[in-house]
Design a protein around this ligand. Structure first.
Ligand code: HEM
Length: 423
């Protein structure tokens, strides 16, 4: 197989992504996707090298996001972004709350950091409690479907707890979350294109989500509690020198739901496989919990949940690895490939608990747009493994696994039947 045979976006490509990354690194690290640009008549390029992607995400002027360009148009048009057809509340809230880099920073520092950023440690006891609660349901059985009975519900419960979303409506949180991520799962090609019918179905779910959240916000205004939505109803947002409207809060909730559910699910589901395939690492972690964090970082490096995103545009001609990429090209940043780039990582495909600066992987991106929920996700992963190490002797695969992944650009194992003994 050669670079011409590589198609990262065809059905079933998920099962061969890592072989494809080796080919691209060797033969074609800046991989042209003809006609797949953001605007008609332009091309897209898949970047696979750590240095290239790190440089791109650190320079918002040279490499703007198409979303930011759209937001700028909304702001310049001086229209109410929440009244525009086909603009979801997230996009509208970005136009209203963080249309420029300074406000993007304030949004993060004042609105999300206290809950899912550096302040996420406030959620440690809750995450621990939910992890135990899930394990209680299957620990006596000696078998577990790890995705459906642990990796998926844990981040859902945690996000519900953080937001103040009623736990009895967890099924709705999942339903709305699935609606938000439709393009990343069922969208085709590097631009994640949905059919017209799929878009209609998605907007129906998003409308329900918006209405449910509006009601929840009203309820929180009347009955505030110690949760993120209640906080957002009272906080004075410094760039605007005022409190947030219900619709603006709705946009922040949308961001938490689109980003905060399956990503961590996929991280946990891949990590359990790494542990089964590297039993000595499980034993090491059992005797030395200080290494759990290094393990989760290596897990995210080796099997990145978000494998890649088509997310930046070149604002001038650029040269990557000797390849000229014209102004106006769409860049697909393949975080997962960068994370096993042999020029960046010694023994790139080995799970090593003693890597220097092991957090420099690009799983959460880097720079000003770095994932705002990285702290929360890291907390969930480290707590989950500490609790599992406390209660499970070791995991093994049951006989009936397919190891298949869902479609789309995430690395989502569909199901994992495991056997285990207890500590
Ligand atoms: C292992 C788990 C996760 C992974 C791999 C991940 C990955 C990413 C990546 C690659 C980006 C794009 C950054 C860029 O364009 O430069 C991103 C953005 C984002 N992530 Fe995460 N993420 C994870 C968990 C979370 C969690 C737990 C939340 C919420 C609590 C979250 C919320 C977001 C949001 C809202 C954005 C869009 C940027 C913004 O609005 O500031 N993510 N994430």
């Amino acid at each position: 197989m050669h670079a011409v045979d590589v198609d990262l976006f065809s059905p079933g490509a998920q099962e061969h992504w890592y072989e494809a990354y080796d080919i691209l690194h060797n033969e074609d690290p800046v991989h042209l996707l003809e006609g797949e640009g953001f605007l008609p008549g332009t091309d897209a390029y898949v970047l696979t090298k750590h240095d290239d992607i790190a440089a791109v995400v650190r320079d918002e002027v040279r490499f703007p996001l198409p979303g930011s360009m759209f937001v700028r148009q909304l702001v310049e048009a001086e229209v109410d972004p929440f009244e525009q057809p086909n603009v979801n509340v997230l996009m509208a809230s970005i136009a209203s709350l963080r249309p420029n880099p300074e406000m993007w920073r304030s949004h993060r520092q004042e609105l999300t950091d206290p809950w899912v950023g550096p302040g996420a440690s406030r959620n440690a006891a809750m995450v621990t409690q939910f992890a135990h609660q899930l394990i209680d349901q299957w620990i006596a059985r000696g078998t577990v479907e790890f995705v459906g009975e642990f990796a998926q519900p844990l981040p859902q419960m945690v996000m519900a707890g953080v937001l103040g979303w009623p736990l009895e409506d967890l099924n709705l949180l999942k339903y709305f979350g699935d609606g938000c991520v439709q393009p990343f799962v069922y969208g085709t090609g590097p631009r994640n294109v949905l059919s017209e019918e799929e878009i209609k179905a998605q907007f129906k779910v998003l409308d329900e989500f918006k209405q449910y959240t509006q009601d929840l916000i009203s309820h929180k205004r009347q009955h505030p509690q110690d949760d993120m939505i209640s906080y957002l109803t009272t906080v004075e947002y410094s760039p605007l020198k005022r409190k947030l409207t219900d619709l603006e809060i709705n946009g922040v909730v949308y961001a938490m739901v689109i980003g905060g559910l399956e990503t961590t699910q996929y991280a946990l589901a891949e990590q359990v496989q790494l542990l089964i395939e590297n039993q000595e690492i499980w034993s090491t972690l059992q005797s030395d919990r200080s290494k759990v964090r290094a393990f989760t970082e290596e897990g995210m490096r080796l099997r990145s949940p978000t494998q890649g995103l088509s997310t930046r545009i070149t604002s001038q001609d650029e040269v990557f690895q000797g390849v000229t990429v014209p102004k106006g090209s769409f860049l697909h940043l393949r975080w997962a490939a960068a994370n096993i780039d042999p020029q960046e990582w010694a023994e790139a495909k080995s799970l090593k608990l003693d890597r220097k600066a092991g957090t420099r992987h690009l799983t959460f991106s880097q720079g000003a747009r770095v994932c705002p929920g990285a702290h929360l996700s890291r907390l969930e992963q480290t707590v989950a493994w500490n609790v599992l190490l406390d209660r499970v002797g070791s995991f093994k695969y049951a006989a009936d696994n397919t190891f298949l992944h869902q479609p789309g650009i995430m690395l989502g194992t569909l199901a994992l039947n495991l056997n285990f003994d207890v500590v």
